[in-house]
Design a protein around this ligand. Structure first.
Ligand code: ADP
Length: 602
């Protein structure tokens, strides 16, 4: 609670004013009481003095009568309960009630006596020379035949008057204190009541400032404070509407930034990062919350990008740069554009990830170089064979026949490459329609096994099948899947030395990630295996792990198999240990319940 508050100021001034007013009134009243009391006393003493004048008129105020007069002064002093002094016209004290007359000086100099001598009656309020007390004196002359024969003076100490005035003053002080306490409390209560809506308003305004949007300052009063509350309320509502508008705009902007596939960073004229979207966070490995307000140098830690921003800022023209982010193997294109209007001096940096595009470009180049290589070998043989024929082999029919047979083989090999390439390109471009139908995976396994059994036996290999009795039906294009399986078995035969074993296996599987039932096919061999480095690349076009062994292979078989399986929304992968053997897997979706005769199993 602050003493500077309106509440305290009102209460303080109100109480101060009240106390001053009460004190002034008290002093005035006390004075008035004193004056009245003195007036009363004066009247009383005058009456008493005049009475004494009547009584003492017959007595001569001479020194001879001192005993009588002194006696009378004593008696009347006691009767009137006042000090009675009888004075001769020359000022000699002839009788005195309270003091020893003999010790008293001439009284002609006393103010009341002077007054009597001058005007015929006198009064004085003063400190008594004799008693040392504040005393009110009334002096009245005794006249006989127009001649002043003596003076009667009656005096009364003012202690009584003072006592009355004092007790009155005390009463006034007491009542001032008591009423002041009430006045302060009242002032405080009133001030509290008056300022309460103001304080409520202050509190509401503070909450609004802190961002609470559901605060509505209200006031039931119709006074100025009520008016103010209503005005603040309107302002708050306007503010809330505007905040909501801003929020909506911000939401839209946020949604756009989130959905963008490019990284976006906005930099202010001082080079501090003001905005950073999610893609930028991942691209540069930074968090928006921690990096807003930090310098671009600190956030990007890449001098080329900082230079790009500087050039753009200085030239006020868009700048572009393609570069590789160190350590991330990301190839990006950065575009810096100057902003204008409200954001003049700011620069928007947009980064596009070109890694994929670059990789595709590399794949394309590799493909061309591979295909040239693959074609060059048979073409070179053909060239050599035909040259030999032209150079004279034609004259020797048995040799010519041999050469022609070899030419045919080379042409067959070329044809196979071209056919497989065509096939691959057709599958890749989606021109091979997949005719899904529900069928029994066992038939697929048995069919493929039978087709290659002879070939396997020729290579002195054993081939066998394994599958549980409750395999669910799959949805696939049977001839295409048979092609995949044959490609895999073909490889197994090719890369397994004599006496080896090839196992075809099928089993049901529940894919927890996709929530689908699947059938997984396996082609396991006990062959040469594949080096760990080669394993991730064997599904690429023309990739051959071991060129010496792969013989007439084109390196396209697995690429075709992968595309066919993926066109069926399945997966294909391989595991292998060198010199121990390899296992190739692929999965197919099980036919859904109701689609198949056999229920898919989880
Ligand atoms: P290719 O026509 O050369 O067989 P593929 O695409 O079918 O082409 O296979 C690519 C490469 O993968 C092969 O050259 C071989 O090195 C490796 N490979 C495939 N299957 C096996 C396997 N069962 N055992 C060992 N290596 C294999």
């Amino acid at each position: 609670m602050s003493f500077h508050s309106i509440r305290w100021r009102i209460a303080f001034w109100f109480a101060l004013f009240y106390i001053i007013a009460m004190a002034g009134l008290g002093v005035f009243l006390a004075n008035q009481v004193r004056v009245n009391k003195l007036q009363d006393l004066e009247n009383q003493l005058t009456t008493e003095a005049q009475m004494l004048v009547k009584v003492l008129e017959p007595v001569d105020f001479t020194e001879a009568n001192i005993p009588t007069l002194d006696e009378a002064a004593h008696t009347w002093g006691q009767t009137l309960n006042a000090r009675v002094t009888l004075i001769a016209p020359d000022g000699t004290v002839l009788g005195e009630s309270d003091e020893d007359r003999a010790g008293m000086d001439n009284h002609l100099t006393r103010p009341e006596v002077i007054e009597v001598l001058e005007t015929g009656s006198g009064s004085s309020l003063r400190l008594s020379n004799t008693t040392g007390l504040d005393t009110l004196y009334i002096a009245v002359p005794i006249t006989r035949a127009g001649q002043m024969t003596g003076i009667v003076r009656v005096g009364l100490p003012l202690s009584e008057v003072e006592a009355i005035v004092n007790s009155f003053s005390q009463m006034i002080v007491l009542s001032t204190v008591i009423t002041s306490i009430f006045a302060i409390l009242l002032a405080f209560y009133l001030a509290e009541r008056t300022t309460r809506p103001l304080r409520q308003l202050t509190e509401d305004t503070r909450r609004i400032t802190q961002g609470e949007i559901n605060v509505h300052p209200t006031s039931t009063t119709t006074d100025e404070v009520g008016e103010l509350a209503r005005a603040v309320n309107q302002m708050a509502q306007k503010l809330q509407e505007q905040i909501q508008d801003i929020e909506t705009e911000r939401g839209k902007l946020g949604a756009i930034l989130r959905q963008m596939t490019s990284a976006v960073i906005m930099v202010d004229p001082q080079g501090r990062v003001r905005l950073l979207n999610a893609v930028a966070e991942t691209m540069f490995g930074v968090e928006e919350a921690e990096n807003l307000g930090k310098s671009l140098v600190e956030v990007l830690r890449h001098h080329q990008l900082v230079e790009l921003w500087q050039t753009c800022k200085a030239s006020k023209e868009s700048q572009a740069l393609a570069l590789e982010l160190p350590g991330k193997r990301l190839f990006i294109q950065a575009i810096a554009s100057p902003l204008d209007g409200l954001l003049a001096g700011h620069v928007l940096l947009v980064f596009q990830d070109l890694t994929r595009v670059r990789r595709l470009e590399t794949v394309r180049q590799d493909f061309i170089s591979n295909i040239s290589h693959e074609l060059r070998t048979p073409l070179a043989s053909l060239k050599a064979l035909t040259e030999t024929l032209i150079d004279g082999a034609l004259e020797d029919p048995p040799a010519a026949r041999r050469f022609l047979t070899r030419i045919e083989t080379e042409v067959d090999s070329l044809t196979q490459i071209v056919q497989e390439l065509l096939e691959l390109s057709r599958i890749e471009s989606g021109r091979v329609p997949i005719q899904f139908q529900k069928f029994d995976p066992r038939k697929l396994v048995i069919g493929a096994c039978e087709r290659l059994r002879l070939q396997a036996e020729r290579a002195e290999l054993t081939i066998k099948t394994e599958y549980p009795p409750d395999l669910p039906a799959v949805m696939a294009d049977p001839p295409r899947m048979e092609q995949v399986l044959i490609n895999l078995i073909h490889n197994a035969i090719k890369f397994t030395p004599k006496g080896g074993l090839i196992t075809l296996h099928a089993r049901p599987h529940y894919n927890a990630r996709t929530g689908n039932n699947e059938v997984i096919f396996e082609v396991r061999d006990t062959g040469v295996g594949i080096a760990t480095d080669d394993l991730p690349r064997i599904f690429e076009r023309f990739y051959k792990a071991d060129r010496s062994r792969s013989g007439g292979g084109t390196g396209l078989g697995l690429a075709i198999a992968r595309h066919l399986v993926e066109a069926h929304k399945g997966r294909i992968w391989a595991e292998s240990t060198e010199r121990k053997g390899s296992t190739f897997y692929f999965s197919l979706l099980a036919a859904e319940e109701g689609e198949g005769t056999q229920k898919p199993k989880k």
